[in-house]
Every structure is written in C-alpha cells, then in structure tokens.
Design a protein around this ligand. Structure first.
Ligand code: ANZ
Ligand code: ZN
Length: 888
C-alpha cells in the first residue's frame, strides 16, 4: 500500500493553484460574495504556530464557501511598519526596509507552503509607498473634514537617549535601553477625533450579532459612556476678585477633545461665588461630605494669593506626578480653604471646600464633591481628615446608616439615606437627580466618555510620514495631493537614538506650499494602528490613483468573517470601526461597520522547560511580552529529551524542570517552529492538527503525539481512496450512504459555525465507517464525498486523491456534496423489550413498524425465548416505536 508523499504533493498542488490563479477573487463575478479575512501579520521574521492556527481557520471557511458557490475574497498582506524594524536597525545595522522586506519574503514562502487559498494578487505591505501614499491622502481627507487636529500632549521622554519612548519601552518608569528615569514632556502632536463618533461606536455594537459578547463588552467599557451631571455649589462667603487668576480657560487643550464638559469660569474681575463640579454619580449626592478643587483651580489660586500655607500646599501638589494613574496611587492630601459650599438639595447643609492633590484640573471642571462611602479616593481622603462617611447605596439588605471600614462600595445596589431617592436603583436615581437638577435649573445632565481622541503622532522613522508642512506664516499646511506620496528617505542612520527623520540633512526642509517661504516638513509618522484601520478596504479595491474605489469596495465590504487574536479586541477593532465611520461621514464609503462577523481564536500553547537548578517560575513570568529578553533558565523543546527518568537537557544530560503550559513565546523558548514540522509531516498534517482537539476559541496545547496523530489521519484518508481504486463497487450500503449525507450536513454546519474541532471529529468517524464498509457503489460515493468534505482542511491530500480517483478538475473547484434531506432523518428506532417491567433486550426496527411485527420479533428473540422457557406469555403490550412489555 503506497504512502501519501506529502512533500511532493504539497509543492505540486501549490504550483497548480498558483498557475491557475485558483483563489483569485473576481470583482465582476455575479455569484454571491463572501469576504473572509484574518488579521494580517506583522513581518517579524518567521511564521509562528499562532499564525498557522489563525490562517488555517480562515482558509477552511474560505475554501468551504467557494465550494458552496460563493465568490470568495481571501487576501493577505503585511502590517509592515513598526518598532521592531527600527530596533533591528539599531542592533544589527540593517535598514528597517531591508529587514522588513526580507522577513516578508521568508514569511510569504512559509505561508505558501501551508497551501492557503489566498488571493496573492492583492498582497500589500503597509511600508510601501503604494500603500502609505494612499493613507496620506486619507489623512488629508480627514484633515479637510475637521477630524484631525493638533494639540500639546505628554510623551515619555528619555533624557539620556534624548528620545521619545513608546509606553512599552518604559519599564518601571525607566527607559528600556538607558535605564534613565523617564520624564513626561509636552509635545505638539496630531490627534484624530474618534470622540466625535463615541456615541455611534457604542450604539453600533448592538447590531454586531456575529461578534463575541466578550469583545463587544470590552469595546463598550473602553469607550466608557456614562451619564454625568454638572452643577454649581454656592459658596457661603464669596471670594473677592482675585488678581490675575480666574480669567480665561485654564485648560487650553480641553476644547478640541469633545468629551469634556466646557469649563465655566467667572469672568475676571468678578468675585467667585460658586464652585462648579462634575460627577458621574449624581445618585450619591446625599452621601457627600466635602468639595475638593484641583491645585490649579481658580479658587485654589485665589486663596493662595492671600494665604501662604495654601500656596505651599499647592507647590507640594505640583511636585507629584499628574497622570490619572499616579494620582490614584499617591497619598491623598488636602488643604481646608475655610470656604463652605451649600448642598443644592438642602440649603441648610454646608460642605467644607478643600484643595486636594487627587483632583485633576484638566478633567471635568477641575472640582468634585466627595462621597467617601462610594469612592475609594474620597474614602482615603475622609479617613485622613476625619470627614463623615455616609452610606447611600446599599449593597444588600444591610441598610446601616454609618459606614465603617476602609473599602468603598462602588458596585450596584439601591439607594438608602437619600430622601426622595430611597429604594431606587443607581441608574434610576441618577436619572431622577438629573431631571430634578435640570427642572430646578441648578445643573445640567451631560454624557461623558472615557474614550479620548486618538493620538497618532509617533516620533519614529519606520511609519507613514504625516503629510503636513509647517510654515511660520501659514501654520500647518497640507501637502498638495499631487505631491503624494511623501516617501521616507532611504539614507538614514540608526547609530544614535531619536527620530532619523528629524535629523536628516535635507528631507524636512521644504518650501511652504501656500506662500513659498522656507518651511519644515512634519517629521512625526503615523501610529501603525492607522495602517491597519483600512487595509481591508484596500484589499477589496486597489486602484493606482486613489485609496480605493467606492463601488468596488462596497461590493465586498463589510468583511463577512474576520478572524484574529483577542489581543486586538479593543484598539485595532475600535480604530478600524472609527476609520470606517469617518469615511462614511465624509462620503467616501457607505459602510458603517467594517467587520460583520468576528471570531477570536485561542492561543497555541506548549509546556515550558527550564534547567533543573534554575529559579522556579514566578508570577511575573506570565506577563512578559513577546519582546521580553530571553531568560537563560529556559530551554527550548529541541534542547530537551524525554527519558524514562524524566526530561534531560541534551547538551549536558542535566535535569530539566517541566513548567506550566503557556502561550508559545520566544522569551520562554517554548515555541515550535512550524516550518520543520511542515518539512517532516507535510502541510495537511499541520493544518489538521491545529483544527482538531481544541475548540477554536480555546487554547491549543501543541504536542508531538498530536501532530503524529494528524499525520496518520492524512495517511488513512489516502488509503481509503486507494482501496476504492480497482474495480468499482456495486450494490447498496444504505447506512453508509446515510452517514455520508449526515456527515456532509454536519460538517457544513460546523464549518459555518467555525467549530472546526467538531467537523474533525465527524470526519474521523466517517473515515472509520468507510474503512469498515464492504465494497459497494455507496462506498465509492462515500469516498468521493469524504474527499470533498476534508478538502478545506487537508487540501493537498484531497487534490492528490481526487486526481488519483480519476476525477477531472480540481477538488478546490468542486462543489460541496448535495445533501438529500430524506436521508438525514433517522428512520430507525431502538425498541426496549421488557419482561415483567425489566429490560431484557433491545431490538432495532424501521420507524413505525406494525405492532404485530414488533411483537413477533420480540417473542422470537433468543434472550426472551430463553427467559420464557416455553411458557406462553400472559400478556404482551407494544408501545409503538418505544417498547414491548411481556407479562410472564
Ligand atoms: C461624586 C462621586 C461619588 C463620584 C461617587 C464618584 C463616585 P469618570 O467616571 O472616570 O469620568 N472627578 C470628576 N472630575 C474630576 C477631576 N477633575 N479630578 C479627579 N476626579 C474627578 O470619573 C468621574 C468621577 O470622578 C466623578 O464622579 C468625580 O467623582 C470624579 F460615589 O462625583 B464623582
Ligand atoms: Zn506659508
């Protein structure tokens, strides 16, 4: 019996598909369309098992839909800009472009060896001008529409390397290379107005039926829409007009970022007679025990003008950090101004007004009211300054008015100690207070979002140049369209840190497009998330002259099934959703949501190995990122061998500790490189393995025995066909015919539901049944069915066997087998045979078999004959299709 030669067959069939352009999508096809897309890879060097799993899933669906008569778009490209290329440039002295393009070549060859049904004619790499030039055009379109603006924003500044660091390059507050303490610096940077779409981006989630609930919830929380109330507390003793403070807006960048309620400050010259606060918890108003303002607040400034202690306190506040995270962890400090504020719901109730270090000037109104029982910062503060702590939201039956303890209750509950709010749940209470405030005219309801505008400026070389020119006279001027693309200069050096674009001798010096004066090109490049926010549109339509053709793109979009890692559940998907809506807003594309269906697959995992004498695994080991340095204690699977006495290190013979099964990562050396596996077992075995065993949303533990099992299955498939070879079978095999139809139906449902492991299980039993079946016409038909059902998963052996069985044409082009619904119904029933109520035998009958036939068969059964021992039964009761009870 011949063996299936995977290596030979893989290469041969891949060439056939390539030559015939089998998987090229036809834009002008009249068939129903389907767009199947996996998140495109970052060309980091080599394909890893995660890619293999992700792309195999998409591939099965794409091939399946083609066989079902659809025109399928299944493209591939490269998310090719990004920091690792610059790191490689710094470490190895190779140009980021050279490094990236070499990686693309390697990885493309690796993907081809897996036989994915991809339309390579649409391949794109975001680092090439024919992609990023169009991105620059889109950026200018958004700029023209007012969706792009510039504002001062803080960056991480490494004072030793003199460079801006990405957040992931800051480790414990220090620069990853220099080890220097990172400073926060303000730089003028570009922002996209994603907040204009905040409402739509939340509301739109509702229509995404084919998205995991988990991902929708993550997006919703990220956007963080909440109802707030802005209102004024009257001050019992107004402050006199303060010299030089309290004038214009303090927060110059609050305005463009549409999420914040505007600051309302009294015009200079008038005294300050009230303090305006912003809250997202108006329901808790009866639990308030103080008002607090930021150190930069006009009230604080006015007090400090005459009170040196207040001035000292403000100076102290400014020494600490200013980010929200820093404010959360710092000790809460306050300064009692002596001012008193009147509670709007009770004119006899006065609250002390503090200057506090945990209140931010550039959020809300820069002032808050504190509710210690239901806000941890407020509670810490109240404990320190001995302020009342009154519970107003009851978490259970406990309605005790006094709050003891040091943990604030921020969860759900119903209102207590709150007069007209008592008994309401939080949301109802919020609504009630807002309505009352608006009715009585002392406050305004506002919608607020956690989402901030998207800062897209990166002070790096390897990204899309932002197509703007800065002129002293004209300001920020868009590059004229005919000058696009603005191409990255090739002659750059990475021997010193910082942005090579900035220190390039000529690149940034240009004439102002408007007035012709000497001007500077913008040297920031775009966040790489911009590149991935529209690549799926470019796949659908890629004219030379513009980013995409609207009708062309709309033919394919939205993507019917998008598949990728859950690590992109928030940012990438949100940015792509925003970008699509922004294009709709400016009339370039009439699609609201880019991805109709989303699936997030689990990770491929492997056990870890470490030298026997190494430190035990620590908690933090799990948090290491992909780029974390490799620790010396880890050993790769190739460095160890299993012996009867456990694992040993091959090189030294030393003992090896087997650690947890975790995500394959270079830093733990627990990766398995797909390529040698493909060399050894062929593409189909690898594909089959990553689909079997684990549900696709779960993690898949890689195992040597698993891949061997997959290889054996591929060989079984091959043999099933071979035995069919010779003389065509004759005669009937109804049970097998039925199984073929049931399997066809079942596998189709499983693939559409992306439950590949279930499809795999069905195919295993189908093959077993075929192996056991005697030659017959039905068996021949079953084999032909089997090949087609298996072909989306193991396409090479399927093509080879299809051809060997004498079929003309590719199995990739074959139609999915038809299902005869009549053969799906189970028309056999198992009937229980009881004697005096005890189960003695079971018999199989055709459904609806007549009573007397069933009775006769039951009485003739060997077991029953023996039991009755020749005595005639007293009575026989037959319940059709269910049971026979014999009373002896
Ligand atoms: C009263 C209250 C009671 C609050 C309670 C919370 C819990 P998010 O949801 O993040 O927007 N806040 C408002 N402006 C602030 C500022 N400038 N600096 C520091 N904190 C500020 O947070 C809104 C809540 O953060 C607001 O609701 C306010 O405290 C506080 F049980 O008001 B809350
Ligand atoms: Zn100018």
């Amino acid at each position: 019996m011949s063996r299936f030669n995977a290596l030979k067959a893989d290469a041969a069939w891949q060439k056939v598909w390539d030559d015939a352009q089998t998987f090229a999508a036809d834009d002008s096809s009249t068939k129903p369309r389907s767009y199947v897309l996996e998140m495109f890879p970052y060309p980091s060097g080599r394909i890893h098992m995660g890619h293999v799993r992700n792309y195999t899933m998409g591939d099965v669906l794409a091939r399946f839909r083609r066989m079902n008569g659809m025109e399928v778009l299944h493209p591939m490209g490269w998310d090719a800009f990004g920091m690792p290329a610059e790191n490689a440039a710094m470490e190895k002295g190779v140009h980021p472009g050279t490094w990236t393009r070499a990686n693309i070549a390697t990885m493309k060859a690796q993907l081809k060896r897996l036989g994915f049904a991809l339309d390579w004619s649409r391949e794109l790499a975001t680092c090439e001008p024919d992609y990023y030039g169009h991105e620059q055009a889109l950026f200018l379109d958004l700029f023209a529409a007012g969706l792009v603006y510039r504002k001062e924003s803080a960056v991480n500044w490494d004072p030793v390397d003199m460079t801006v660091l990405a957040n992931e390059q800051v480790i414990d507050g220090r620069g990853w290379r220099s080890g220097a303490l990172v400073e926060r610096r303000k730089l003028s940077q570009w922002f996209l107005k994603i907040t204009d779409f905040a409402d739509e981006l939340v509301d739109g989630l509702g229509a995404l039926e084919h998205w995991p609930d988990k991902v929708k919830l993550m997006q919703e929380n990220w956007i963080g829409r909440s109802q707030g109330l802005q209102f004024r507390f009257a001050l019992t003793s107004p402050l006199p007009p303060a010299g030089g403070v309290g004038g214009g807006p303090v927060d110059s960048d609050a305005t463009p970022d549409g999420t914040r309620p505007p600051l309302a400050l009294p015009a200079s010259g008038r005294g300050i007679d009230s303090v305006e606060v912003f809250t997202t918890r108006p329901d808790t108003m009866f639990g308030s025990s103080f008002v607090a303002v930021a150190a930069d607040h006009p009230i604080a400034q006015a007090i400090a003008a005459t009170n040196p202690d207040a001035a000292d306190f403000i100076a102290l506040c400014k020494r600490g950090g200013t980010t929200a995270a820093e404010l959360d962890t710092q000790e809460k400090l306050g300064f009692d101004t002596g001012l008193r504020a009147t509670h709007p719901l009770d004119s006899n109730w006065q609250l002390p007004v503090y200057i506090a270090n945990f209140v931010l000037m550039d959020y809300g109104t820069g002032a808050v009211f504190g509710v210690p029982a239901h806000d941890q910062r407020d509670l810490d503060f109240a404990r320190k300054y001995d302020l009342p702590v009154k519970r107003v939201v009851s978490e259970g039956d406990d309605e005790a008015p006094v709050f003891v303890g040091n943990t604030a209750w921020t969860g759900p509950g119903s209102l207590v100690n709150s007069h007209f709010l008592d008994g309401l749940d939080i949301e109802d209470a919020k609504r009630t207070v807002i309505e009352r405030a608006e009715g009585e005219g002392w406050g305004t309801g506002t919608t607020v979002f956690r989402l901030r505008d998207w800062g897209v400026s990166r002070q790096r070389y390897w990204g899309t140049p932002i197509p703007i020119i800065h002129c002293d006279a004209c300001g920020a001027v868009p590059v004229p369209r005919e000058q696009l693309p603005i191409v990255l200069p090739e002659d750059v050096a990475f021997d010193i840190p910082g942005n090579p674009l900035d220190r390039h001798p000529t690149w940034k010096h240009v004439a102002c497009p408007t007035c012709g004066a000497d001007a500077r090109r913008e040297t920031d490049t775009l966040d790489t998330f911009v590149d991935s926010s529209w690549y799926f549109i470019r796949f659908a339509s890629q004219p030379d002259a513009k980013p995409f053709d609207r009708t062309g793109a709309e033919k394919w979009l939205p993507v019917n099934q998008y598949i990728g890692g859950v690590e992109h559940a928030i940012l990438h998907l949100l940015y792509a959703r925003f970008w699509t809506r922004a294009l709709k807003h400016i009339g370039m594309l009439d699609i609201a949501e880019p991805f109709a269906g989303l699936f997030t697959q689990g990770m491929v995992t492997h056990e870890t190995y470490s030298r026997g004498d190494a430190e035990p695994e620590t908690e933090t080991d799990d948090e290491e990122s992909e780029d974390a340095p490799v620790q010396t204690k880890w050993l790769s699977p190739e460095e160890v061998r299993k012996t009867d006495a456990g694992y040993i290190e091959i090189a030294t013979g030393g003992p090896v500790t087997v650690g947890r099964v975790t995500k394959m990562s270079k830093s733990k050396k627990n990766t398995v490189d797909p390529e040698p596996i493909v060399d050894q077992y062929g593409a189909d075995a690898v594909r089959w393995f990553v689909l079997s065993d684990s549900p696709p949303e779960r993690d898949l533990p890689w195992s040597e025995s698993g891949i061997e099992g997959a290889w054996r299955f591929v060989q079984r498939l091959w043999r099933a066909v071979e035995t069919e070879g010779g003389a065509a079978g004759t005669g009937d095999d109804l049970p097998l015919r039925k199984l073929a139809h049931r399997t066809t139906h079942g596998v189709a449902g499983d693939i559409e539901a992306l439950q590949f492991n279930k499809a795999v299980a069905r195919l295993y039993s189908f093959v077993s049944a075929i192996e056991k079946a005697a030659p017959s016409a039905d068996r021949d038909a079953a084999v032909a069915t089997l090949l087609r059902l298996a072909s989306p998963m193991v396409p090479h052996v399927a093509e080879e066997a299809w051809a060997a069985a004498g079929n003309t044409g590719l199995i990739a082009d074959a139609a999915w087998p038809d299902v005869d619904p009549a053969l799906l119904v189970d028309d056999e029933v198992t009937i229980a045979v009881q004697v005096n109520g005890k189960l003695r035998d079971t018999l199989v009958f055709a459904k609806g078999a007549p009573k007397d036939e069933v009775e006769a068969a039951a009485l003739a059964s060997d077991k029953i004959v023996k039991l009755l021992d020749g005595k005639p039964p007293r009575k026989v009761i037959v319940v059709p299709d269910r049971l026979v009870n014999i009373v002896a």
